[in-house]
Design a protein around this ligand. Sequence first.
Ligand code: PLP
Length: 432
Amino acid sequence: MFAEEKHFVFDGCDTVELADTFGTPLYVVSETAIRERCCEIKRDFLDKYPGTRAVYASKAFLTLTMARIIASEGLGLDVVSGGEIYTAYKAGFPMEKTIFHGNNKTQEELVLAMQTGVGRIVVDSESELELVEKTARTIDVRPALLFRIAPGVDAETHQYIATGHSTSKFGFSLNDSSLEQLVRRVMDSDHMVLKGFHFHVGSQLQSNRSHLLAVDVLVHWMGALSRNIGFVTEELNIGGGFGVPQQPDEGRKPLAYFTDSIMTRIREESEKEGISLPSVLIEPGRWVVSEAGITLYRVGSIKEIPGAMTYVGIDGGMTDNPRPELYGAQYWGVLANKMGEPAVKQVTVVGKCCESGDVLMRDVMVPDSIRRGDVLAVFNTGAYTFSMASNYNRLPRPAVVLVHEGEAHAIVKRQSYDDLLRGEEIPEHLRS
Ligand SMILES: Cc1ncc(COP(=O)(O)O)c(C=O)c1O
């Protein structure tokens, strides 16, 4: 129908063929792009700064296959729930390279973490510390911990993805006068080892300002801890949050833009405080996988409202990508089957859910010939889409296809209607 060169090609695969073969909506993830990011992490961070480590924040996108790609690149994994721990474990991920986060870990999750040999547990509050100690004593293990600290820094991002302010639900506030005692308590414990501290100031950051402020606060406090109680901070985990473009002309920030200045600041501040340089760890999620993913949709109804706007309805929406509704994420895309045509018509792309707010892209330009059946490819959807998907309106979740230099493999099956019913039961009295 269309010459192949007029189709959008992603990691060597014709996306129109992918849509025809695997159906839509379809998450398409480029193995090449993920590996390129991992290489950048190794070249510009791990090799450049000896003693550093990097873990991928799996909440951005996790499947068994993704865990295996990350393992093969030698990076660690940040996990935040029993489900993420279980996925890593079942993928054969080296569990000593995992870091367990979360503001309310259950005892069941802590047991799973300790039994599977999770490398670090990041303690989020005093009550959690008690639970960690009790659990470790019960199953007779001695887990290595970090304390998560809310450094009291306001990140320049949407408030729903800012996490470093002093009133954040995540982490210990440094205003908490009992914190020093809690450090001492772990130092004295036979069932826990404190390795250091963690902060994550927020996500989708376009500048390194809030990381630098957080480093100042943390390293200063680490100096005070060393002087006051002799605690030596071996590890400082500076979280993730490194941003990605939201517009085609925004340009991508290399990892070094963030990490070079952070590493310089950690060294300078540690020298000032007279403490030895801690081992620094980063936890990027979005930066690794966002641009490695696209979503393919089939165009359905096109509704012109004369003098006002044109709606283009797609066969997915907030169920496969809730980020525009959650915190105003912006996307751009192309008609994958009409690459040769100029984008001259302004439209608003809406999902099929029964919510007026189900708007994927506002005021985007598409070819004038847009019509039912066209394939829309939306860029930069690799992070926090599949992992945040829902079955609202009983829409089955899309399949995930991994592409790599012209080859495509389905790594997650599309849900069927029967999948939607799995686990449901009708009580006896309603059966007849
Ligand atoms: C503790 C922690 N580390 C890392 C990340 C990854 O953030 P990003 O995907 O923005 O890099 C998050 C995101 O919420 C987080 O909470």
